[in-house]
Design a protein around this ligand. Sequence first.
Ligand code: SF4
Length: 285
Amino acid sequence: MPKKLIISDSAGVCFGVEKAITTAEEVLNENENKNVKSFGPLIHNPQVVNILQDKGLSVVDEIKKNEKGTIIIRAHGIPNYQEKDLEDSDVNVIDMTCPIVKKLQFAVKYLSDNEYFVVIVGNSKHPEVIGAKSYGRKDDVIVIKDKNELKVESIPSKKIGIVAQTTIPKELFWDVVEIFKLFKEYKVKAIDTLCDDINNKQIESKEIAKDVDIMFVIGGKNSSNTKEIADICKYVNKNTYQIETFKEIEDLNMSLENKVVGITAGASTPPWLIKQTIDGVLQSG
Ligand code: SF4
């Protein structure tokens, strides 16, 4: 048994994910024929998605001709051209795009409509970023991971709008803003599209990771925000492990006896998975 277990207060599902899950469950309960689909995985947690699939939710990546039934738009949102496909179809659409992701989409649209060249700081392959990018004018929006990928001289405009993927660490966004501010000839408009819930998780998890022997970060391997939290914890404590379930801790075959253990979780991790991990850690040797 560990000497001490420190659990992050902010660990686990955010309001955006919670709303998406509860809405999907309600819709599945109401639909006897179970013709309910989500556009992309509803959230980035395989265990929750599997449970919803067992209850009848299927996952689609495109809208087929003559598509029928109900489609739930995932919490990360979808590109505007796919939203248009949904509008033009006969399906009943339930939009579970998180309001903070919507803010990012609208910020890109606002900046583009006002002739700004848009810089999105984030992961270009993440569905949220792909969706947000579609709201900009095709040749006037770029995605960069961080300030190191920024090539100011290659941007064909002096009017720059900057936004961020909702879940990246704050510094990555503000570092890029600061670089543009060094150039007096640029007109810069930065819109903070970061998610406070994630920011709290990152700060609290880092503080816990500093003080423990071993840190566990629970969440889907496909969850960007969980990976960010794990990377932040790893930076201050190399004994950090990102896991989906307690089974992975067992597989590590490490002794937790008399260790100080920290536990945190990403925004798509449900309370029951956190509880299973806590119970498993407390019963471990
Ligand atoms: S992590 Fe933040 S932005 Fe993402 S779904 Fe949750 S509340 Fe929304």
